[in-house]
Design a protein around this ligand. Structure first.
Ligand code: UDP
Length: 313
């Protein structure tokens, strides 16, 4: 297949490009580089089946030649990023998704939307199944991301129902691994950066809120299976192993031998109290489940961040 990955220079987008190339496909990565980086795809520069286009998908997307699939991954994805870029976040979820769907319709391609567990907001149902409609504050600071993604899902289903576009929607839960930006503000880069500098880890609130972390290679595998499936309705992909942020901090300090402990900071507005994917559907229809446990994945991630910091020093 010839496949377009929007956000292809981002953390997940670039891992997807690697996987798609390894599967023998031709890949075009498109990115405006506001949160992505060419560092993530530099190793692909000499690959003749790979092409990078510097473009902001909130503007009309022009692409020459046939196309078989579009994976729409362009968007700021960290709370810090979308608080700094609220309008860009809303625009890429709305206008960007519209443009990408328009291209899918024009070229007759399959379309896969990167959606998110944030569509469930601060969930009243636990663990979260795809049938849950969510609990989102539309006017809160996080609303720019949550509502953009909810709109993107609605737009994707509308193109599917009205225009017959062959669509997929993946709801991605917290994911981590190499190529996360050290400064992106999410808990994994924050904690690992702090631990490697032997600083106390900044636990927000009392650290009682929970998350469930999925390693990037597991996530990409689930997404690739979904792309090849015929499921048009949303599918959760994530690792159901749930833990509190306080316990997560202990794991990081233990893995890195950081003696500095933790430090409490205020909880951000609308921070979800609990999050765990119900992956019954992914197991059933994709035969997928995560394979990499937290300690294994975090050990590799810590190693990657250690090298990043060494390069910067
Ligand atoms: N968090 C924290 N310390 C940090 C960064 C994040 O305690 O330095 C918490 C945050 O409040 C949230 C969880 O870790 O409860 C995950 O935050 P992240 O920004 O990674 O993603 P989210 O799941 O909130 O989108």
């Amino acid at each position: 297949m010839r496949i377009l990955v929007t956000g292809g220079a981002g953390f997940l987008g670039s891992h997807l490009c690697d996987r798609l190339l390894a599967e023998g496909h031709d890949v075009i990565a498109m990115d405006n580089l506001i949160t992505g980086s060419t560092d993530n795809i530099a190793h692909l520069a000499s690959n003749r089946r790979f092409q990078f286009i510097h473009h902001d998908v909130t503007n009309y997307i022009y692409l020459k030649g046939p196309l078989d699939a579009i994976l729409h991954f362009a968007s700021p994805a960290s709370p810090i990023d979308y608080l700094e870029l609220p309008i860009q976040t809303l625009k890429v979820g709305s206008l960007g998704t519209h443009n990408a769907l328009g291209l899918a319709l024009a070229k007759g391609t399959r379309f896969l939307l990167a959606s998110t567990s944030e569509v469930y907001g601060d969930p009243m149902v636990h663990p979260q199944q795809e049938t849950y409609w969510g609990n989102v504050n539309p006017i809160g600071p996080r609303g720019v991301y949550d509502e953009a993604k909810r709109f993107a899902e609605a737009m994707t289903m509308a193109y599917h129902r009205s225009h017959g576009v062959d669509t997929r929607i993946v709801r991605i839960f917290n994911t981590y691994g190499p190529r996360m930006r050290l400064s992106d503000g999410r808990v994994v880069p924050n904690f690992v950066g702090q631990a490697l500098r032997q600083e106390p880890l900044t636990v927000y609130g009392e650290g009682k809120q929970t998350r469930s972390f999925c390693y990037a290679s597991d996530l990409v595998d689930g997404i690739y299976r979904l792309l090849l499936s015929d499921e048009n309705e949303p599918v959760n992909i994530g690792n159901p192993a749930e833990l509190t942020i306080h316990d997560f901090a202990q794991v990081i300090n233990e893995l890195t031998g950081n003696p500095a402990g933790i430090r409490f900071e205020p909880l951000p507005v609308d921070d979800p109290k609990q999050r765990q994917p119900d992956i019954t559907k992914a197991r059933r229809i994709l035969g997928w489940e995560p394979k990499v446990d937290l300690r294994t994945g975090m050990t590799q991630t810590v190693e990657w961040f250690r090298n990043q910091l060494a390069v910067k020093d």
